[in-house]
Ligand binder design. Structure first.
Ligand SMILES: Nc1ncnc2c1ncn2[C@@H]1O[C@H](COP(=O)(O)OP(=O)(O)OP(=O)(O)O)[C@@H](O)[C@H]1O
Ligand SMILES: [Mg+2]
Length: 307
């Protein structure tokens, strides 16, 4: 295993803009990957593209295929993008045994600053120093969550909110991505966004793969709901039996239109359907789930406002 400079433990001394750093593989992240219910083909596509980054990129000239080592996950809030990205980092590292991988999680909001020019400098330093150093020491995966904050669409900027600084930050991200792609084939960025239309087109163009993470379909809703109830069943056995009860399929059907996060939260709402159930969650019934799912859907339809 390669020796990793400046990393003695998880969460080592973090440079500005790095929210968290950890060694991979990390079984906790493997559990996250498994918990996100998505078409197997989509998960396989993500994993294959991430693996290819570490097998092929160092061997193929960029004039043949100009890979940048960036995968972008886009989709509505709560569809599992961040969890998938973390899980993917783990699964990729796990595929290369003894690879000495690590995961750096970038906090974009820590980089953006109201002081003119500071964002650009912070972005340049993060990429050219912290990330480059990690990539020089060993295979590195970088999570760029909410990437529209860092690579904002320059064509849509208003003159308010310090647009020149943000414009320059996007420029810096693009310049740095090009430089890193040239020098560090063992580096992979996993970016996420709820607002693909707010991400600069030149950033998207540099992505090796853009994957749309959809809202769960009926089958996926059923599986998410089951997974949640079976999970609760470890603590409250009666709840684990709800998926076998009459009417359960209707609950799953009622969830269509909700994202995975909303489905799991809806279950918590059902457990809170009365003070008695909240005190003793095993009292929850299929009807409580159905009512909570209908209420969550109604709230969603009205844009979160009370009808
Ligand atoms: N497809 C899914 N299958 C199972 N659980 C899901 C799914 N999608 C979301 N979840 C649940 O929702 C929670 C939130 O997921 P996550 O934070 O990864 O979503 P996100 O897409 O990054 O959201 P945001 O865009 O708001 O940042 C997860 O903890 C997970 O339990
Ligand atoms: Mg997220």
């Amino acid at each position: 295993m390669q020796k990793l400079a400046a990393v003695n433990d998880d969460d080592f001394d973090r440079p500005k803009g790095i929210q968290r750093a950890r060694r991979l593989p990390d079984p906790k992240l493997g559990a996250l990957w498994d918990s996100i219910i998505l078409k197997d083909s989509l998960k396989a596509q993500l994993l294959s593209q991430a693996m290819l980054n570490f097998t092929v990129r160092g061997k193929i000239d960029r004039t043949v295929i100009p890979l940048h080592g960036v995968i972008l996950l886009v989709g509505p809030p709560g569809t599992g993008k961040t969890s998938l990205a973390r899980g993917l980092a783990h699964r990729t590292a796990e595929s290369f045994q003894g690879g000495g991988f690590r995961l750096l999680e970038v906090e974009p909001h820590a980089l953006t600053s109201s002081a003119m020019g500071k964002t650009q400098r912070a972005v340049s330093e993060l990429f050219s120093q912290s990330i480059a150093e990690s990539a020089a020491a060993g295979p590195t995966i970088v999570l760029l969550d909410e990437v529209e904050t860092l690579a904002a669409d320059r064509s849509k900027m208003s003159l308010e909110a310090n647009p020149i600084d943000i414009h320059r930050a996007t420029d810096a991200v693009l310049v740095q991505l090009d430089a890193l792609a040239e020098r560090h084939p063992n580096l992979l960025f996993l970016a996420t966004s709820n607002f693909p239309q707010a991400v600069d087109a030149a950033f998207t163009s540099r992505c090796d793969l853009v994957v749309h993470v959809p809202l769960p379909d009926r089958e996926a809703c059923l599986r998410i709901l089951k997974d949640c109830l079976i999970g609760l069943g470890k603590t409250y056995p009666a709840i684990g039996k709800l998926p076998t009860m009459a009417g359960f399929d209707r609950c799953a059907a009622e969830c269509v239109g909700l994202d995975g996060r909303a489905i799991r939260k809806m279950v918590a709402n059902a457990l809170a359907s009365s003070p008695q159930t909240a005190m003793n969650p095993e009292r929850v019934k299929v009807d409580d789930l159905l009512a909570a799912a209908s209420a969550a859907k109604a709230a969603r339809m009205s844009g979160g406002k009370t009808p």
